[in-house]
Design a binder for this molecule. Sequence first.
Ligand code: ZN
Ligand code: FE
Length: 255
Amino acid sequence: MRVVQIPLLRDNYGYLIVCEETGEAAVVDPSEAEPVLRSVEREKVALKAILNTHHHRDHTGGNSGILERLALEVYGHKNDQGRIPGLTHPVDERDEIVVGRLRGRVLFIPGHTKGHVAYLFDDNLFCGDTLFTAGCGRLFEGTAEQMHDSLKKLMALPGNTMVYCGHEYTEKNLEFALTVEPNNPAVAKRLDTARSLRAKRDSTVPSTMAEELETNPFLRWHSQEIQSNLRQQFPALPLDPISVFAQVRQLKDKF
Ligand code: ZN
Ligand code: FE
């Protein structure tokens, strides 16, 4: 299996998932059609499917333009019927996705939207706007509890799982992470690395789940440092995982 990252719009990423045995491919979250079609040509693959993580326009805006040129299967969560252009295969937790000889699995991870899914192919996780590198998506349609549960589901994946998210937000996310956990040396180190990559306009994505567990403040509700920093600002805050997560998310919204 091969993954091709396609920079789209201002800071979105689409991905080709390629079965190297058959040359067949699926595209995750085509924000726009033309760059995806060019990438399909350049990589000499046969595009068979669109895998949408959720209905937002910056993840589905290319569906119609691609479907005008190619007849494809379109996957998305069943809650997104009517919101994902061209949806042919409404899916849910544990459904299987086939790309050539590759087998992927659907993870239902609501919170950012009520129909958000991730696609897991071996150790490659395509998680849209739920888990970002060093961050997480905003709570547009779901509750903090739903998002916490979705992130917890992703945290249970092996540490070597590659995290392919929907946006290039790492640098900004790590600047925020430092405000809630300034003494975590892994955060400062990761910010240095991200800055030098971005200075060359290189991608900071993918990361690994192990890196996220160490540095992503939205997965670190157990961190003593984060808890005591929150307590200083919000003395009445309960320190259970959902309350800590919700408070960190609110701080990020204002950052
Ligand atoms: Zn989104
Ligand atoms: Fe997005």
